[in-house]
Design a protein around this ligand. Sequence first.
Ligand code: NAD
Length: 261
Amino acid sequence: MSDLKGKTAIITGSTSGIGLGIAQGLAAAGVNIVMNGFGDPDEIETHRTALEKQGIKAIYHDADMTRPNEIKDLISTARTELGSVDILVNNAGIQYVAPIEDFPPEKWDAIIAINMSSAFHTIHHALPLMRKQGWGRIINIASAHGLVASPYKSAYVTAKHGILGLTKTVALECAENNITVNAICPGYVKTPLVEGQIADTAKARGISEEEVVNDVLLKAQWTKKFVSVEQLSGLALFLCSDAAENMTGGHISVDGGWTAA
Ligand code: NAD
């Protein structure tokens, strides 16, 4: 494992769920953290100070991933306050579940902006810093829905397929600069994002919430287990290591066999 101590990571959407877990994993490896995302200010501050107990520096930036100017400021704040951007984890994401005829156009726009276009903007501003220092790791949190579809998730599935295309393209553009770009494709992880869609899916399909968990979510996951945040954080740490330096442009599924079937 390369020594990650003293490097700086930006994790978008790290006030909750998978992003927070990845922030905790990287902080434990000695990486300074830029947290981002929405939430209760007191809770965010509690998470930030908990990260600093690992002996690293952690700052919080409230950039809204739908706003390119705020994303630009997120990257430049990391550079001015923590020295650079060595690791970029594009993780912020939202979900909305509805048949396409009922899908509100503003929800489509928000999902495409947050789940896909924000990664263009973060990479656009962070890559020059990585090239300059001759090292970088970009990890895009895609989804099993980057590889296969489910009904009623048109915007999400579109955005996640798009993020895999961005991953491959940028990987080629910086392949000779010691910068790797990979995507992680999780199956279902029990975070607030999934908790919310259990109710929505029940409504869209006219079934109970218990049926959604057993017959829809875990039906696809052959292990019959939710993926854990810790499993994803461990994989992100591996992708930052020297062992992964020749892995680029790829996607790694952590989906209990879902996309193997
Ligand atoms: P979550 O709801 O727990 O966390 C989402 C994070 O994104 C939060 O910090 C939230 O504040 C932030 N966010 C939302 N809108 C934002 C905006 N406009 N600007 C900045 N931050 C914003 O969800 P999660 O399950 O941890 O999801 C994280 C990522 O993992 C998402 O990209 C999601 O699509 C992906 N994913 C999740 C699952 C799952 O089952 N939970 C599976 C596959 C992929």
